[in-house]
Every structure is written in C-alpha cells, then in structure tokens.
Design a protein around this ligand. Sequence first.
Ligand code: PEP
Ligand code: MN
Length: 360
Amino acid sequence: MENKKELRGWLDNYNLDHPLVIAGPCSAETEDQVLTIAHQLKNSDATVLRAGIWKPRTRPGNFEGVGALGLKWLQRAKEETGMKIATEVANPHHVELALNHGVDVLWIGARSTVSPFIVQDIADACKGIDNPVLIKNPINPDLSLWLGAVERFYTADVKNLGVIHRGFSTYQKTKYRNIPEWQIPIDLQNRFPDLPLILDPSHIAGRRDLIFDLSQTALDLNFDGLIVETHYDPDNAWSDAKQQIEPKTLIQYMKDLKIRKEVGDNEAYEKALSELRAQIDVIDHKLIDVLSNRMKISDEIGKVKAKQNVAILQSKRWNEILGKMILEGEEHGLSEEFILRIFKAIHQESINHQKKVARS
Ligand code: PEP
Ligand code: MN
C-alpha cells in the first residue's frame, strides 16, 4: 500500500472544522440507554455514535453484548439525531448485519487485528464497500501486523480507511490499561500521512482521569480524531465502567482541548514545529520512565549488596558498562563525550539510590 490522498477522502467528506469525534457507550445495553446517550450527544462535536453490539471479552462470563437486536436501537438513534452510527464487526456475519441496519462506520477490534485469518475474512465480507472501516491496532505493539490489516482491506477494494490507536497490552502493571507507545502511531503517521489516525483514549487509559491529557497529546501530534466511550451513568455501565465519561464531560473537554486549526502558509512553520515538539515531549516522558525503572533496579541491587555486605562501588563492572555504551553510542551517532556525561550522571544517581537503601 502506498500513501494515497484517497485514503482520507471520506474524512474530508465529513467537512468538519475540528477533528472527527466518535462517542457513545462501550456497549449498547438497552434501547433507552442508546437513545438517551445519542440525544445527549446530539448537536455536539461528536458526529458519529459508537456502541459495541458484539463484545470481545478477554474472559468468558462478562457481558458479551446484546447482539443484532442492538442494531435496531442504533438505527433508531440515527433517525432521531441525524448522527452517523458505528460498531465493531468481528466476522462476516457481523458485517452483513451491520450493513443491513445502516451502520455507517465499521471498526475492527484489537483482538481481531492480531489474526490475519480473521482480518482477511472480514475484509472479504467488506469487498468494495464505501463505508469507512477503522482498524484498531493489534493488542501487541507490532506496526507491521497493524499495517498488514490495513492492506488486506485496501486490497479488498475498501478505500475509505482509517486507523485507531488504542494502546498496547503489557504484562507489567502501569498506570494505563494499555500503554500508548506513541512512537508506533508516530511512525505509522510518518509512513502514511494521509491515513486518518484516530485516538481511543478510553481503552488506553482504562480510567476516566487520564482521558483529557491523552486526547490533548493526540491533537498535538496531529491525530485526525478521537473515539471516546461515553455513558450517561458510567459507574453502572455493563462494560468498561471505569473508563467511560458522561456526554456532558466530553462536550466540556471539546471546549477545553486545544485544537490546532489548519494554518496558512506563513504559519506552516509553527505547525511543523509544534508537531515536532509534541514528539519530543513524548520521548522525554519516556526517558523519565526508563530512568526511573533503572533506578528501581538499582534499589534492588542495593538491597542485595547490603545483605552480603558488599561495597556499593564496583569499578570493574562500571568500566565495562561505560566501554559498551560508548561503542553503542557511536553506532547511533552519539559522541563519546555525551555518553560519558550521561552515564556518569546515571551512575552517580544509582550510587545515591544504593546508599540510601543500604542505610535504611
Ligand atoms: C471497544 O471499543 O469497546 C473495544 C472492545 O475495544 P478494543 O478492541 O480496542 O479492545
Ligand atoms: Mn470498551
């Protein structure tokens, strides 16, 4: 697949003066719930109503969605509010049912994108459709697998495409339910600048209080839209209760978020600069994270040494590390002087940490 302007044609058809906003509950629960949320979102920046009809659950026994019945509720919400409607499809039968019920936008869930067989089946069922298909990243941080799924749809003559960044699963517990790994969508954007890129802050965050900041980062990185889980009574939602926000909160967020408008020629420089700065900010946060993880391991080493009554400073080991890092730095275009300065500072901080542990 090459980068082609036609990929974003559908987005331009929405003719919005702000990023695309898709909002609605994680799952359709009842007709009343779908209609209430749709009416609360009507006339807001959200122009597409989302709701999961078939829910892929990690473990069986959780709410698995209301099934085809819910499509009628979405259809009614569309008639009453004029919003477009979107749902997840995970097999050819879902595609057929969704299209027969006037679903405008289909999305492919993260658990489907991991499987080329499933993606191919869904893509074949979508052959030639004009409806936009949005492909969530696979659960694992694999850009090729993600792009492979996009290509399968493109090859099946589905040209109105987009991707949704919903974060990546880790075994390690972090503050996020799925870590953002911003570098992956940034790489994707650099390779395919015309493929619409949408952020799903809800599934990255897993909790309400991170949604605003994640959305701002995405807008700073020039994402084309947001898909946000929205429920009138989030705490009592049947799925993903912790991460849903009320429609009125989303409406307020859309006022508070700084949305960079398209700019004229003389402002192109500002735009390019702020996008690059947003990328630097992402990497700086990552640096702090990496450094802090390194110091946590130093603390552990401090404990082990204290138990054995071993000296904190081990010069031989330290000289080995420095030598290796200088060589590796060279391969990456980093000067010896820079590597020495950085690693001396890291080493000093590590010794401080170990001393503190030894004394406690
Ligand atoms: C969802 O959007 O409700 C969903 C199940 O998302 P994901 O596929 O990203 O887990
Ligand atoms: Mn959900």
